[in-house]
Ligand binder design. Structure first.
Ligand SMILES: CC(C)(COP(=O)(O)OP(=O)(O)OC[C@H]1O[C@@H](n2cnc3c(N)ncnc32)[C@H](O)[C@@H]1OP(=O)(O)O)[C@@H](O)C(=O)NCCC(=O)NCCS
Length: 186
């Protein structure tokens, strides 16, 4: 494994660094299908924008981002981040993109969310972890629900993609709910 930070069954997460920048990674954020439910692929992504993002990330106190790597071949297949880390209110938001389409539908997003939620509660001492998904993104809604998150509400027409406004569901899990889930209670 290459610099593993959080390790799951099929994947592991390593700190996202400039060494991860490849034409493949840059192109994920320009791909309309990969980004159909997020704010990327609206303005073009470039190598210099990706370098600037990672340089800012290394200085950031409110975001940590990881390269998602497939354990069997160490391949960089996507990114995941814990964003808006708020040390007073002890909250943060999760985000994920699986750029390599061959790896969709293999349970990776579910594993990544599980690892990040455990990291958020057990290591960062957070109290609330949330994730926003368009209501069209059935896969991510399932991932949030499987992770023990509850839908809090809907942000109406929050995202404009391909000529349409999309609604997004806000999902969250609290520390006490995570502890109950860990103990096997509802
Ligand atoms: C959406 C995405 C993150 C899901 O990741 P994934 O690793 O494929 O998800 P999982 O394999 O963990 O799937 C979780 C569940 O959702 C279901 N699911 C996955 N994609 C689905 C889809 N498009 N429609 C309906 N259900 C779907 C899976 O069958 C699985 O259900 P199960 O646990 O009952 O078997 C991934 O496909 C992706 O990156 N897509 C493009 C970019 C994107 O949408 N990013 C996320 C937010 S912007």
């Amino acid at each position: 494994m290459i610099n593993p930070f959080l390790t799951g069954n099929k994947i592991y997460l390593s700190p996202l660094s400039k060494a991860d920048i490849s034409e493949k990674y840059i192109s994920w954020l320009n791909d309309k299908e990969i980004c159909r439910d997020n704010s990327h692929a609206t303005f073009p992504n470039t190598r210099s924008k990706t370098i600037a993002y990672i340089e800012n990330l290394e200085k950031s106190k409110d975001e940590v981002a990881f390269a998602i790597r497939w354990k069997k071949n160490d391949m960089h297949i996507g990114n995941a981040a814990m964003q808006k880390i708020d040390r007073v209110n002890r909250s943060a938001e999760l985000a994920i993109i699986i750029g390599d389409k061959k790896y969709w539908g293999k349970g990776i997003a579910s594993e990544v969310y599980q690892l990040l939620i455990e990291y958020g509660f057990d290591t960062l001492n957070l109290n609330r972890i949330s994730s926003g998904q368009t209501l069209a993104n059935k896969g991510m809604i399932k991932v949030c629900e499987k992770s023990g998150m509850k839908r809090e509400g809907v942000l109406r027409q929050i995202l404009y993609k391909e000529g349409k406004y999309l609604d997004a569901g806000i999902y969250s899990i609290l520390k006490k709910e995570f502890e109950m889930k860990r103990k096997g209670k509802k």
